[in-house]
Design a protein. Structure first.
Lengths: 202, 84, 358
């Protein structure tokens, strides 16, 4: 197993393979600015919840690194996780029926964490396998296990993501693209835990 | 009429949670639905029904009626001024 | 598949009862758990729900404890050495908002199975089938010897109001695949199965393979062509080495919304499954979301065990462009191989195949 590329999106910055792509510190709408800097035309972006927006931006940056010669449409598995599920949108939806007295359908459809993988699949025409886990914290060992099981089943690459958007709390999206390279060292755990620490400035 | 359109744009942004957009980002005659314009879909059409009811007291019983009305800010404003 | 993977049911709790036997009786007699429930909808409207008695808060925690208690009694303690738990749920305990809705899940499981590794899968309505597939993946990877899979979701105003806002709820008990269907009915329940590398009891059947797939089409509307479901079924056939002609019974998703059931009929037509006896169990359980895949897998195992096809209650007349072989009355049939499918928000689809032991 091998990490082909990685990206990190948070309200302060966007980074690709450890290097800054956008500085968002002085931006009023950081994700809007990051989206506009991508130069892609995808108006549905504006309707997305924060989880999907961050994952959308992070994924666009990884596109040049997808391995060639594999059936990306069918053999790419998406493996995502976070600790708060769809908490941010859940609370907005509760507000829509408790305070505004109108349960909002366009919020309700984002009250599931796996909508993130749905949005990415729609954007890139990926018909492959998806799974969304809820975990206490980012666990490199678990991602490594899940990716290995995906490869064991015949998937050729995995787009993995830790994507978190808490109400009044942290917002971050760490994505990494994996391939089942037989020659590479099979343990990616250490590399992943180093990378997330660097991205979080820990 | 132009006040109505500006209000509508602000209400669309609020109702559809498009908080990254400003009214200036929405053109009067740009398609709201489909892959161009705002890229809205059938779920958002439900939000327009709520918007028309709560802000203008206009009730649309049949969601399929909305197709014509919700084409653009222009068609929406037109419908509101005729039916209010 | 390299080595056998076994699956057996441990616990089943829903408005139809809290034992497998009670569920078997209810299914034999065509009893539905759905009732018109006063003041359960937005602005105190009445909506049909498959809801257990009582209006306690923390419905999720209560349901989880009750089902775990029964599962625990069925397992001998020698199993727990190399075991994990996978939970499938869309919302967890909604009463914990504005905080983390899954915060209570792991501590409750640890009351019954201390220190066990716990994974939570939240993948909308396909969560249950994906959780069973993932359990099998873990067994095949030899990471664990046994995995307990828990499918659970509770009725809440949050989800009811949301489905109402989408105009997705039926005004009567839902009618899967019927001409007059006009929406789903929500339900609640908890089902627990054990997936293991060894045959643990006589009621075990073989897990033969599974997969998931995305429609890549829309986050809340089903694909018009059934593309994602077709790809998942085909992948599951390929992985298990089975074809449509091997399948004796299909436990479909069948939410009873106009578009979902139409999509499924097209997908079953495209995969040559339209002649195979098929039901949706939403007429009994309502749509239990993250629990559905596990609950319906349990009842499919019971169907195999008793060689009995249970009717798709709520269904009277063909209502999809591709006619399906929908089971209308209870009948005896040798059932050796079953296909379970699910589809849901986020464009997700999933399927799995089970086979009776030779």
């Amino acid at each position: 197993m091998k990490i082909l590329a990685h990206s990190y999106v948070c309200p302060q910055a966007v980074l690709l393979n450890g290097k800054p792509v956008s500085d968002l510190k002085n931006e009023e709408n950081p994700f809007k600015s990051a989206y506009q800097q991508l130069g892609v035309d995808y108006p549905k972006f504006y309707k997305m919840d924060v989880l999907s927006k961050m994952a959308f931006i992070g994924t666009e940056l990884l596109l040049p690194y997808f391995p060639e010669g594999i059936d990306q449409e069918n053999d790419l598995q998406l493996i995502f996780a976070n600790s708060s599920a769809s908490q941010n949108t859940d609370n907005l939806f509760v507000e829509s029926y408790e305070k505004l007295k109108n349960p909002s359908p366009s919020l309700f459809v984002y009250t599931l964490p796996n909508i993130v993988t749905g949005e990415l699949s729609i954007r890139h025409k990926w018909y492959g396998e998806n799974c969304f886990y809820v975990e206490d914290s980012f666990n490199p060992g678990h991602f490594s296990e899940w990716a290995q099981m995906a490869f064991d089943k015949g998937n050729k690459s995995c787009l993995c993501g830790w994507v978190e958007a808490k109400t009044d709390g942290e917002q971050e999206c760490f994505l990494f693209l994996l391939t089942n390279s037989e020659n590479a060292d099979n343990s990616i755990e250490l590399e992943l835990s180093t990378l997330i620490k660097q991205y979080r400035n820990e | 009429m132009s006040d109505l359109k500006e209000n509508l744009k602000a209400q669309i942004i609020e109702q559809l949670n498009l908080e990254d957009l400003t009214p200036a980002d929405i053109q009067d005659d740009a398609p709201l639905f489909g892959d161009q314009g705002l890229g809205l879909d059938s779920i958002d059409a439900l939000e327009f029904i709520v918007l028309l009811d709560s802000n203008y007291g206009i009730k649309i019983a049949d969601p399929s009626e909305g197709k014509e009305i919700f084409q653009s800010v222009n068609t929406l404003a037109d419908y509101i001024s005729k039916n209010q | 598949m390299h080595k056998p993977v076994y699956i057996q049911y441990l616990s089943l709790v829903s408005p139809l009862g809290n034992t497998v036997e009670q569920h078997l009786e209810a299914f034999k007699n065509g009893v539905s758990g759905i009732k018109l429930t006063e003041k359960a909808g937005f602005q105190d409207t009445s909506i049909p729900l498959a809801k257990r008695e009582g209006n306690s808060s923390n419905r999720y925690d209560t349901l989880l404890r009750e089902a775990l208690e029964k599962a625990r009694q069925k397992l001998s303690s020698k199993l727990f050495e190399n075991m994990a738990v996978i939970v499938s749920s869309t919302k967890g305990n909604i009463d914990l908002l504005p905080g983390d809705t899954f915060a209570s899940t792991k501590p409750i499981i640890h009351e019954f199975f201390p220190k066990t590794d716990v994974f939570i899968i939240s993948n909308a309505c396909v969560s249950g089938v994906i959780a069973i597939n993932t359990a099998a993946d873990y067994i095949l990877a030899e990471k664990y010897q046994e995995i307990i899979v828990i499918g659970i979701d509770a009725v809440s105003e949050f989800v009811s109001f949301g489905f109402q806002s989408l105009f997705a709820l039926s005004n009567e008990a839902c009618r899967p695949f019927d001409k007059d269907r006009n929406g789903t009915t929500l339900g609640e329940g908890c089902g627990i199965v054990l997936v293991s590398e060894e045959k643990v009891s006589e009621s075990a059947v073989l897990y033969k393979g599974g997969s998931s797939s995305n429609d890549a089409n829309h986050i809340s509307g089903p694909s018009r062509t059934g593309e994602g479901l077709v790809r998942s079924i085909e992948k599951t056939f390929k992985r298990s080495g089975f074809t449509a002609s091997d399948i004796d019974f299909v436990s479909a998703h069948g939410t009873a919304t106009v578009f979902n059931d139409e999509m499924e009929s097209i997908a079953f037509g495209r995969t040559n499954l339209n002649q195979v006896p098929l039901n949706s169990m939403k007429g009994y359980f309502g749509h239990t979301l993250g629990a559905a895949g596990v609950l319906e897998t349990i009842m499919s195992i019971i169907s195999m065990e008793h060689n009995t096809l249970f009717p798709c209650i709520g269904y009277c007349e063909t209502g999809t462009s591709v006619p399906l072989n929908i089971i209308q009355r209870m009948e005896s049939k040798e059932i050796n191989t079953i296909l379970k499918t699910a589809s849901g928000f986020g464009g997700g689809n999933a399927s799995l195949i089970l086979q009776k032991l030779p």
